[in-house]
Design a protein around this ligand. Structure first.
Ligand SMILES: Cc1ncc(COP(=O)(O)O)c(C=O)c1O
Length: 416
């Protein structure tokens, strides 16, 4: 007899991306010249994980007695103030904000879903999204609804009209909405909203809030790797933060290259003081009811890295070097992909880009025959440039391009 409850049976044992990664590594171990563009961690050109030395210094400097002690449930106040400032700058959204420490951005997203949606309701996000959104939502009795991310055929631009239309329709049904937008540097497409698009999103949220309660979570996972000023989205949201709860899923995973430290926070700007206090209690309560408290060593170290001017400047320099490394790959990709006629969204920075294809499974299969591993999704393959040296980018683009050609050929045959 199966002792699992019915909904827990038949769960996939591993994330499909980790399965692709394992296949790529198995061939690499046989000595094959594999390009593994599956996993979302920033690697140096020699394939080793990129790290920031100053971050480790800060971890080592935390006194043992403090590191070993439990953190406060919601996180240490200096950490919370530092992430509020890092997310919102120094304007009114910062002044009106509260926060709770979470295990990475993942914990922040879970916390938001638990507190800003009723059980049975759905988050609202773009049609391309980080697939764990669905796992986190589903595991917590919430669902996922999407809007078509891009307008028109081919690469397209952010589909603002579809965003607003779907949001209003959802508000009419649910009476509330929790919008999750992962910009700058969207995973998996690489897209970053420009200033006009951020303003368009803010205006749409403001109008939609006439139909029900609207909360927006900006998932900042890769924001530090964009070329855009962080104040762009904050300035846009300042115009509607009196009507829309503006939240940020903040994480040190990528911005401090500390994927394993599990340091993050949910930050929420709520203008009304009584409402703000209620939100502060609610998000702290969710911490207690899930992971209890976070990695204290990580919280203390990251808090020093954010507040000590000297450490902050050194980390900024180390991060800048990683952003440049990634930018070289982005440039190499754009050059090669344009030359090959690949169709993909505007891509200016970030760990990933997606290439559109009529048959993603076929495209990924053909690329893998050439030793290039990418992740198939609905209508596109995701390419993790964070893990590929610039020198390897032309070979990667060639293989993906052959994969897209093969997919087009089989589509044409099917239609003949
Ligand atoms: C879009 C997106 N959001 C959030 C996360 C959360 O990462 P973490 O929990 O490590 O902060 C990731 C990690 O890959 C991501 O890709």
């Amino acid at each position: 007899m199966n002792s699992l409850i019915s909904e827990s049976r038949g769960r996939p044992g591993d994330d499909p991306i980790f399965t692709i990664n394992a296949a790529a590594n198995a061939r690499k171990a046989q000595g094959e010249p594999v390009i593994n563009a599956s996993l979302g961690a920033l690697l140096d050109d020699d394939g080793s994980l990129s790290v920031m030395p100053t971050v480790f210094e800060a971890f080592q400097a935390v006194p043992a007695q403090q590191a070993a002690a439990y953190a406060p449930i919601a996180g240490d106040p200096p950490f919370l103030e530092a992430v509020r400032r890092d997310a919102f700058g120094s304007g009114s959204m910062f002044e009106n904000s509260v926060a709770a420490a979470t295990p990475g951005g993942t914990g922040a997203l879970l916390n938001a879903m638990m507190n800003f949606l009723e059980p049975g309701q759905s988050i609202y996000t773009s049609s391309y999204y980080w697939s764990p959104y669905r796992i986190i939502a589903g595991h917590n009795r919430r669902g996922v609804e999407t809007f078509p991310m891009f307008d028109g055929a081919g690469a397209g631009a952010f589909h603002l009209e579809a965003f607003e239309e779907g949001l209003v329709a959802q508000l009419r049904r649910q009476g509330r909405a929790l919008v999750i937008l992962n910009f700058p540097c969207h995973n998996p497409t690489g897209y970053t909203l420009d200033e006009k698009e951020w303003r368009g999103v803010a205006a749409a949220l403001g109008r939609a809030s006439e139909h029900g309660s609207v909360a927006l979570v900006v998932d900042l996972a890769y924001a530090a790797f964009g070329t855009q000023s962080p104040s762009l989205w904050v300035d846009a949201m300042e115009t509607v933060c009196d009507r829309v709860a503006v939240l940020a899923a903040w994480t040190a995973s990528k911005s401090f290259a500390q994927y394993g430290a599990r340091v993050g926070a949910l930050v929420a700007s709520i203008p009304d003081p009584a409402h703000r206090a209620d939100v502060e209690n609610a998000i702290s309560y969710t911490c207690r009811g899930s992971w209890s408290n976070c990695n204290h060593l990580g919280l203390l170290a990251v808090s020093h890295l954010l507040t000590d001017e000297g450490l902050r400047a050194r980390v900024a320099g180390e991060r800048e070097a990683l952003v440049s490394l990634l930018s070289e790959r982005v440039d190499a990709f754009n050059t090669a992909a344009i030359a090959r006629g690949l169709i993909y969204p505007r891509y200016e920075g970030g760990f990933f880009v997606s290439v559109f294809t009529p048959d993603a499974t076929e495209t990924a299969r053909v690329a893998a025959v050439d030793g290039v591993y990418v992740v198939p999704m609905d209508g596109a393959v995701r390419v993790a440039l964070c893990a590929v040296s610039s020198a390897d980018v032309p070979r990667l683009v060639d293989a993906v391009s052959r994969g897209v050609d093969a997919a087009n050929l089989s589509k044409d045959k099917a239609h003949a």
